[in-house]
Design a protein around this ligand. Structure first.
Ligand code: ATP
Length: 701
């Protein structure tokens, strides 16, 4: 801003009453001014003598000797040297004396020079404003009252997507949306902070009306692209969130954390420091780490060590109450590679060791409970009638449980009535096939052709469209239990081998094969190996079937199971027949010494017989002895030997007689088997043999 003092002509002379007009004109010429101030003898300003005044009075009366004071004009106005140009350009006079702050005359200034200087200044300002307008980062658009764009700076070319030359002179609406600027022209009310979007960019606009003489003549809109700011704000927000998260992490860390500046002044620490060191952790902030070492909170100055090593340092320390601490100092570097922070991590190893021990303990406890649960589950999953407490049977059960988890074939070997079928059912019930059927087929009780049909099915219609399914098809996805597998004739063993090996079965006279998805469990009273040796069982079938052999010991080999079984069957029969019989201790002792050749099935039968036939509540030793050793009706039951014959023949003969007698007496194979204390299949087999022998005899006659 220019001031009067900068435009005026500095004066070293003034006119006094003694000066003539000639002197005045000479001085004006000398000083190159158009007027001079005239002072009285006291130095007070009386007025101005100007060339204009002299010419106005006319030259005809002009005499150089005339006193300058006669040309004095008192219509003047002194200006202060620090007055602003824009405040003095409107004044009415042509020349002005200029005073300093002491009210002394220091120069003169003409209206003309004031206006010129002011114009120059205005021009300069305009140029400045134009430069600002053009270089403004914000977009600026001005419109007139009609909505025609009058100005548009380069920054406005982006949101309008047009150049200044294209936009100026066009209606605002044709150049940019939105049109809020038109509303401002209409209403004359400014609008600030309105947001709008152009493409991906976000703008905030301030719109101001241009008012001249109280009338709205246009409006200016300044649009600020806040996309970047918005982005920065977003970043700021996420940094803030990150910071909060970090604070939470630090606060909730179980390890103690102390953050120091490069010199070891503590900037921050977390509550865990208080817990581990038993100090008021919040008070540590602002103190130096060295101080903690001096106060023997720490033995070593890790700050010093980190700086010395210029890297991570870990060391062990012990607290006064013998806790072992692992302290790690991590340096943080600035861009120049100087350490600006050191983060110290404090881990209480005693707590960790304690926790590890506790964890180990609870792990062991959980393993123990798990095995107990598994054990209980095992116990529950065998049939509720299952009774055994011998180690040998526990092992059998354990092995059965393990093989239930795989699909391999299993062969159960054991005497009749030892519980082979029960074990087969146990394996099935625990396998992943448990929901599918369990099919049992006694391979020793059927003639060959019937067994073949039972095993592999049969085409009912000649074209093979109707079919009776075999056991492998019926047990789809389940389990087939082949009881007495050793009795399968050699002629059928090949087909069984193919089922095992190919998991398919030939149907329709070998024309078609169907997939078989079953698990096979077989049983035998004779070890299959013996049958192979005697040529009764194919070796290849033996290898395919005998993947997991399980031997079930005879009852006499596991005496621990006897009493639980005797008590179980006594209770069962009492319940079944509504009785309350008990065995005398001596009677029980007899059970223990009996060989139980028919195993559990024999025991079940004998106990039932004793419970239902004894007429006293207490079943005596004598009664048991009679039943076990069949002394009652001894006349009937005794075997009479007429002469010496080979033992095998005698046994066969006796067996035939007994089977015939039993069948005659009891009619059904089930009851006959019960009376003979054998399996029904044994009776069926023996009868079959008898019939064959009879047939042979008839033929030979
Ligand atoms: N541990 C046991 N506890 C109670 N009952 C049992 C036990 N083991 C087997 N039994 C019962 O004994 C009887 C004979 O068992 P199972 O039929 O399983 O024997 P097996 O060896 O298959 O006989 P076989 O070879 O003559 O067919 C069945 O009634 C069965 O429930």
């Amino acid at each position: 801003m220019q001031r009067v003092g900068q435009v005026m002509s500095r004066l070293s002379v003034c006119l006094y009453s003694f000066h003539t007009i000639g002197d005045a004109l000479t001085l004006m010429k000398e000083k190159k001014v158009t007027g001079l101030p005239l002072l009285n003898d006291q130095g007070h300003l009386l007025g101005m003598v100007t060339k204009e005044q002299i010419f106005e009075k006319g030259l005809e009366r002009f005499s150089a000797e005339t006193k300058a004071i006669d040309y004095l004009t008192t219509r003047f106005f002194p200006l202060k040297e620090d007055a602003l140009l824009e405040d003095v350009t409107d004044l009415p006079f042509d020349i002005y004396p200029v005073l300093n702050n002491l009210e002394e005359i220091i120069g003169v200034v003409t209206k003309n020079s004031l206006i010129q200087a002011y114009l120059q200044q205005a021009q300069l300002r305009r140029q400045e404003l134009e430069a600002v307008f053009d270089s403004a980062h914000n977009a600026i658009i001005a419109i007139n009252k009609q909505g025609i764009i009058t100005s548009l700076n380069p920054a406005a070319e982006r949101p309008t997507r047009s150049t200044k030359e294209e936009a100026v002179g066009r209606f605002l609406n044709d150049v940019i949306i939105p049109t809020g600027l038109l509303d401002v022209v209409r209403s004359g009310i400014p609008e600030f902070g309105a947001k709008f979007q152009v493409g991906r960019r976000l703008y905030i606009s301030n719109r101001t009306p241009i008012i001249r003489d109280g009338e709205v003549v246009g409006a200016v809109g300044v649009f600020q692209d806040v996309s970047e700011i918005e982005k920065v704000l977003q970043e700021l927000r996420s940094v803030k969130q990150l910071n909060e998260e970090l604070q939470t992490i630090i606060a909730s860390s179980y390890d103690g954390l102390i953050i120091c500046d490069g010199q070891g002044e503590i900037l921050r620490c977390n509550p865990a420091v208080g817990r581990i060191l038993e100090v008021a952790w919040a008070d540590l902030v602002g103190r130096s780490f060295k101080e903690l070492v001096e106060k023997e909170v720490f033995e070593n100055n890790i700050i010093h060590l980190v700086r010395k090593k210029d890297g991570v340092v870990s060391l062990l320390e012990r607290t006064f109450d013998k806790h072992t601490l692992v302290i790690t100092g991590n340096p943080v570097y600035d861009e120049e590679g100087d350490i600006i922070k050191i983060v110290i991590n404090i881990r209480d190893m005693s707590e960790l060791l304690f926790l590890r021990e506790a964890l180990e303990e609870s792990k062991q406890l959980s393993e123990k409970y798990q095995s107990q649960i598994a054990q209980m589950r095992n116990n529950q999953e065998t049939s509720p009638e299952w009774r055994s407490c011998s180690v040998i049977m526990d092992n059998v059960k354990d092995l059965a449980t393990r093989v239930s988890q795989v699909d391999s074939p299993v062969v159960l070997v054991g005497e009749q009535g030892v519980g082979k079928e029960d074990i087969a059912r146990l394996i099935h019930s625990k396998s992943k096939r448990a929901q599918a059927p369990f099919y049992k087929l006694n391979c020793g009780s059927l003639p060959n052709h019937l067994l073949e049909i039972e095993l592999f099915g049969q085409e009912i219609s000649s074209d093979g469209t109707k079919r009776k399914a075999g056991v492998f098809e019926l047990a789809e996805k389940g389990c087939v239990y082949l009881e007495d597998v050793g009795k399968i004739p050699l002629s059928l063993q090949g087909r069984l081998l193919r089922v095992l090996q190919n998991k398919t079965q030939q149907v329709s006279d070998g024309k078609k094969s169907i997939p078989i998805d079953v698990r096979i469990i077989a049983s035998s009273t004779t070890p299959l190996k013996d049958l192979v040796e005697n040529g009764l069982f194919r070796l290849d079938l033996f290898f395919s079937l005998n993947v997991v052999p399980i031997t079930i010991p005879a009852l006499r080999e596991r005496k621990e199971d006897l009493i639980p079984l005797v008590l179980y069957y006594l209770e069962q029969n009492n319940k079944r027949h509504g009785l309350e019989k008990v065995f005398s201790p001596k009677a029980v002792r007899l059970f223990l010494s009996y060989p139980w050749l028919g195993n559990i099935r024999e025991m079940a039968n004998i106990i039932e017989r004793l419970v239902v036939t004894s007429n006293q509540k207490l079943i005596s030793e004598r009664e048991v002895d009679h039943v076990l050793y069949q002394k009652e009706n001894s006349a009937l039951r005794s075997v009479t030997v007429a002469g010496v014959i080979p033992l095998k023949e005698a046994i066969d003969d006796l067996e035939q007689q007994l089977v015939r007698l039993a069948m005659k007496q009891y009619r059904t194979t089930v009851k006959a088997a019960e009376a003979l204390g054998v399996n029904q299949s044994t009776v069926v087999r023996k009868l079959k043999k008898l019939k064959e022998m009879q047939g042979n005899e008839t033929e030979s006659r």
